[in-house]
Design a protein around this ligand. Structure first.
Ligand code: IPM
Ligand code: MN
Length: 362
C-alpha cells in the first residue's frame, strides 16, 4: 500500500500474477473492470504480468525465481488470481508463493471483509445484507505459520513432532493498532473492535495479545474494546453475525474464521482479501479467496465477482477510494438484479459476461 507516496500523476503500477487454473480468467475480469473504472475516474495505471504458479514450477523447478521479490517490491500493488495445481504436491505453491510473498513483503495485515451483497444467498436462515457486514483483520506473519518446529525419531513408533506458534510484541502491536485505526475509519455506528483469541488456554502467546490489546485500547477511547474466545466467536458468527463490526485476530484463528465468514457472505465466488503492508512504500497483494478450481479452467463457469471485489480493495488501499466504492456499488447492482446464483456454472452468465455487467453498472 503506497498510500502517502502515491503521486496522482504517476500511473498506479500493478503486478498481475494470474496463477493457476481459473486464476488468470478471474484476474482478467478484475483488470477489465480496472480499465473501465480508470477511464471514468481519470487515473492512469500500468500492469505487468508474472507467470508464477504451478505450470512454471513444473517447467523450471522453482516457484519464485531469483530476484522476483525485489522486482515485485517495485510495484504499488500485486493482483493475484489463484495458485494451486493438480500436478503439484499440496503445500509447495502455498508455502513457496503465497506465504513467501506475505512474509518477504511483510504484509502483516490480512484484511477480509465479510459482507453479504444484495441478491446473494447465505446459508444463514433469516439473515440478510443488513446482518452480515463485518471485517476481519487477521495478523499475517506470525503464529503457527512461522514454520518453526521439527521431528524427533521420524517414521518410528516413538515419533515426536512439534509445531511452534510464535508471537512477538511488535507483531501483535502493529496489527492491533492498525485494527483500531481501521475501526475508527470505518466509523460503523457500533464502533467496536473484538479481539478473538483463546486466552483461557494459550496463556502465554494470547496473554501477550490480550495485554497489548488492553494497552493500545487506552489510546482509542472512542472505540469499544471487546473480546471473544475463538470457539464462542464461531457460534456468534452463525447465530448473531450482526453483533460484529471489526474483529482482530491471530493468523491461524483468522484463517479458520474467515472461511466461515466467506461462506456466510455467499462463498468463494464472492469473498476477497488484501494482504497489506501498510508502511509507506510497502507493496500489498489482493486476491479472491477461492482456489484455482482447475476443473472449471477455460469453461467460462467460474465466478469473477471475488476477483473484481479484490480489485476494488486494491484501489481502496492504493489512493483510489472513489473508484473502489464505484466498483462496490456496481457489484451490488449485478448481484442484486442480474445474477441467478454465485455458484460456478449457475450464474446465468459466463465469467466474461459477469465482468461486462459490472463494467456496464459502473
Ligand atoms: C488463505 C489460505 C492460505 C492460508 C493457505 C493456502 C496457505 O488458506 O489465504 O486463507 O492458510 O493463509
Ligand atoms: Mn484460508
Amino acid at each position: 500500500m503506497r498510500g502517502s507516496l502515491l503521486n496522482a500523476n504517476q500511473p498506479l503500477r500493478i503486478a498481475v500474477i494470474g496463477g493457476d487454473g481459473t486464476g488468470p480468467e478471474v484476474a482478467a475480469e478484475g483488470i477489465k473492470v480496472l480499465q473501465a473504472v480508470s477511464k471514468l475516474d481519470g487515473f492512469k495505471y500500468e500492469t505487468v504480468d508474472f507467470d508464477f504458479g504451478g505450470d512454471r514450477y513444473l517447467r523450471t523447478g522453482e516457484v519464485l525465481p531469483e530476484g522476483a521479490v525485489e522486482e515485485l517490491k517495485k510495484f504499488d500493488a500485486i493482483f493475484l488470481g489463484a495458485v494451486g495445481h493438480p500436478d503439484v504436491q499440496p503445500g509447495i505453491l502455498e508455502k513457496g508463493l503465497l506465504l513467501e510473498l506475505r512474509f518477504q513483503l511483510d504484509q502483516y495485515i490480512n484484511l477480509r471483509p465479510v459482507k453479504l451483497f444484495p441478491g446473494v444467498e447465505t446459508p444463514l436462515a433469516g439473515k440478510g445484507p443488513d446482518d452480515i457486514d463485518f471485517v476481519v483483520v487477521r495478523e499475517n506473519t506470525e503464529d503457527l505459520y512461522c514454520g518453526v518446529g521439527g521431528y524427533l525419531k521420524k517414521h518410528t513408533p516413538d515419533e515426536v513432532a512439534s509445531q511452534t506458534a510464535l508471537y512477538t510484541r511488535k507483531g501483535c502491536e502493529r496489527c492491533i493498532r492498525w485494527a483500531f485505526e481501521f475501526t475508527r475509519r470505518r466509523n460503523n455506528p457500533k464502533k467496536m473492535l473484538t479481539l478473538v483469541a483463546k486466552t483461557n488456554v494459550l496463556t502465554y502467546g494470547h496473554d501477550l495479545w490480550w495485554r497489548t490489546f488492553q494497552e493500545v485500547a487506552k489510546e482509542y477511547s472512542d472505540i469499544k474494546a471487546d473480546y471473544n474466545h475463538v470457539d464462542a466467536c464461531c457460534m456468534w458468527m452463525v447465530k448473531n453475525p450482526e453483533y460484529y463490526d471489526v474483529i482482530v485476530t491471530t493468523n491461524m484463528f483468522g484463517d479458520i474464521i474467515t472461511d466461515l465468514g466467506g461462506i456466510l457472505q455467499g462463498g468463494m465466488g464472492v469473498a476477497a482479501g488484501g494482504n497489506l503492508n501498510p508502511e509507506p512504500g510497502g507493496t500489498s497483494m489482493y486476491e479472491p479467496m477461492g482456489g484455482s478450481a482447475p476443473k472449471y479452467t477455460g469453461t467460462g463457469k467460474i465466478n469473477p465477482v471475488a476477483a473484481i471485489n479484490a480489485m476494488s480493495m486494491l484501489l481502496e488501499h492504493s489512493g483510489q477510494p472513489k473508484s473502489a466504492e464505484r466498483i462496490q456499488q456496481a457489484i451490488q447492482t449485478v448481484t442484486g438484479t442480474k445474477m441467478k446464483s454465485q455458484a460456478a456454472g449457475k450464474m446465468g452468465y459466463t465469467t466474461s459476461e459477469v465482468g461486462d455487467l459490472v463494467c456496464e453498472a459502473l
